[in-house]
Design a protein around this ligand. Structure first.
Ligand code: GFB
Length: 325
């Protein structure tokens, strides 16, 4: 068989390909797992944090040498909302650099056919033009509240690109916008805004409060993507595209943005809380706006399906059935 053809064929996922989902208990990893199982992939490898600490270089090396996955979905990361990012920058930069360095390096050493690395829209400069195109990466200063996390993610993107260039690997990096969905983190100190507002609105409703508190001025604009839509985009790219089709990074968003104030009103409606919101301007706003330009992904043939109202209703149902409620 012609070598070029065999490389192309090796890069295609079969239903029995061995696929390692790193971070399968998180918001993104669990959505990826659901999507893979629904599509009939039958040879999926996972490890809980207790079984495999991805920060531990030796443990990751042993895991890859034993399991030899063919495809790797790198959704493991230390993540959190604005407060966690701002309060624990050392943890965010150290853990993420370690996890991604270990997994990317061992993926190359063990001949992984394709790896998907999850970035974030906070990698872009704080004040870049909107909507944000992929080429704006590294054209300006970052948002200070999440600089440590963003620096780690930028290093991961550049590491995938460097391994592709030097070693001929097929590592792709995707940049999702702000995410929410089933299995989210509802801890108010570490969560993102959607799960926080769902919990606050629900608890205010249950207590019969007049209002609940929203951090910041309510003015920042955000774009929210349902985690199952993100997983669908990731599997589409893994199945259909290679690093050479995608370039260094590709944005994944909906193209729709709302203010935090509008979001709080929408969450209240979904939860059935008919009181008000108060705004705590002592808390940070973070980036004023981060709307991704996802036209490159749209041109490749993918679009988000879940509206914000539908997604919030599904997320609220998930919250009600969780141990957090
Ligand atoms: O979701 P969030 O924490 O992430 O906050 P970022 C978004 C906006 O919602 C900010 C406001 O303007 C917050 O001030 N907000 C209002 C709240 N009420 C709340 C609340 O109760 N909890 C939270 N968490 N926010 C993170 C980055 O930034 O986004 C990460 O720090 C990552 O690095 C992630 O990129 C996607 O969009 O501000």
């Amino acid at each position: 068989m012609d070598m070029g053809l065999s490389i192309v064929m090796n890069n295609r996922m079969r239903r029995d390909s061995k696929i390692y989902v790193a971070g399968h208990r998180g918001l993104v990893g669990s959505a990826l797992l659901r999507r893979l199982k629904n599509a009939g992939y039958s040879n999926i490898v996972t490890r809980s944090h207790a079984e495999l600490d991805l920060v531990d270089q030796g443990a990751v090396k042993r895991f890859f040498e034993t399991e030899r996955p063919e495809f790797v979905l790198l959704a493991a990361a230390r993540v959190g909302g604005i407060y966690a990012n701002d309060t624990y920058p050392a943890d965010f930069v150290r853990d993420n650099l370690s996890i991604q360095t270990n997994v990317i390096h061992e993926s190359w050493r063990n001949g992984v056919s394709k790896l998907l690395f999850l970035g974030s829209s906070c990698i872009y400069p704080r004040d870049c033009p909107q909507p944000i195109k992929e080429q704006y990466l590294l054209t300006g200063l970052l948002e200070p509240t999440n600089e440590a996390y963003a620096i780690a993610k930028i290093a991961g993107i550049k590491m995938c690109a460097a391994y592709n260039r030097q070693h001929g690997t097929n590592f792709i990096s995707v940049m999702p916008t702000n995410l929410y969905g089933p299995g989210d983190n509802y801890n108010l100190d570490t969560s993102h805004v959607v799960p926080a507002l769902i919990r606050k609105a629900h608890e205010a409703k249950m207590r019969g409060d007049k209002s609940f508190q929203v951090w910041g001025t309510g003015k920042p604009l955000r774009e929210f993507l349902y985690s199952d839509d993100l997983a669908d985009a990731c599997i589409f790219l893994l199945e259909e595209k290679n690093a050479e089709d995608i370039g260094e990074i590709i944005n994944i968003g909906t193209g729709q943005e709302v203010s935090v104030k509008q979001l709080a009103a929408l969450v209240s409606e979904v939860v059935g809380f008919d009181g008000d919101q108060s705004f705590d301007s002592a808390k940070p706003d973070g980036t004023p706006r981060k709307l991704l330009d996802s036209s490159r992904l749209t041109a490749l043939g993918w679009q988000a399906r879940t509206s914000l109202t539908e997604g919030l209703s599904m997320a609220y149902r998930d919250y009600l059935s969780s141990t957090w409620a």
